[in-house]
Design a protein around this ligand. Structure first.
Ligand code: SAM
Length: 245
């Protein structure tokens, strides 16, 4: 994906590691046997969360479609023996890992909505269901698209720090079922400006809930953030936990 190739080197300046993600995973996990559990981090990006989780779980696998992201994650985790990273499509998890093989599957950072439509998302969620062990859990974080669509919001806040400025525009004038996520990344040291765009599918909460229920997921909980605050239609992120068994 050209979009992530172009921003991979600056990714950690744009989205530095958020320790709340790790805390969320640990607190959502009800198993008392954490040191035997296997985790799959889908859309692992530059691997920060994958690496943090490897300290706690028996084995952590990170996958990402973008080779540049995966190679950055590989460099950071070269000395860690219980991590495996693959550059691959999230739709191929059954072929790669087999059914009933992962205790926790997580996909954070809006990765899910890079799939092009609801039927593709359903296919993927069904595959996560099959790959999970019987008591497995699925954890997902995306942007809350009810807030975006209902309020006609045309972008996310600009990220601005000593290293980068990252402007984020949402363009869905022509087709409300596909958002053109247009970004302008300015590298402060060199002054280089990179313009990019990627398509995102604006998945609404009610549709997401129906998909999970249809597939057979149980005890589906929605949160407004990794701090487990209550979801509302004004929450900026949408975080979901669903159980297989
Ligand atoms: C915004 S990043 C999120 C990275 C990380 N999870 C985080 O929270 O910072 C989204 C990631 O999803 C990956 N991605 C997009 N489509 C994918 C697919 N079909 N299969 C696997 N990874 C995909 C991109 O390459 C990118 O690294």
């Amino acid at each position: 994906m050209k979009f992530y190739k172009s921003i991979s080197e600056s990714y950690d300046f744009i989205f530095p590691y958020n320790p709340m993600q790790r805390e969320f995973v640990l607190s959502m996990n009800e198993s008392t046997n954490i040191s035997k559990q296997s985790v799959l981090d889908i859309g692992c990006g530059t691997g920060n969360l994958t690496i943090e989780l490897a300290e706690k779980f028996a084995f952590v696998t990170g996958i990402d479609l973008n080779e540049d992201m995966v190679s950055l994650a590989e460099k950071k985790s070269a000395d860690i023996s219980n991590i495996k990273l693959y550059s691959m499509n999230m739709l191929d998890i059954i072929e790669k890992f087999g059914v009933l093989s992962k205790d926790i599957i997580l996909t954070f950072g809006n990765t899910l909505v890079h799939l092009s439509d609801e039927s593709m998302i359903k296919t993927f969620l069904k595959r996560t269901y099959d790959v999970l062990t019987d008591k497995g859990i699925l954890l997902v974080q995306i942007i809350n698209y009810d807030r975006i669509l209902d309020n006609n919001i045309k972008g996310l806040s600009t990220i601005d720090n000593e290293h980068i400025k990252f402007e984020r525009i949402y363009n869905y004038e022509k087709n409300p079922k596909s958002i053109d996520f247009e970004t302008v990344l300015t590298l402060k040291e060199s002054g280089l400006v990179k313009k990019n765009s990627v398509s995102l599918f604006p998945l609404r909460k009610s549709n997401f809930q129906c998909l999970l229920q249809d597939i057979g997921f149980k005890e589906i909980s929605f949160y407004g953030g990794f701090n487990q605050c209550k979801y509302s239609k004004d929450s900026i992120p949408m975080v979901v936990r669903a159980k297989k068994g």
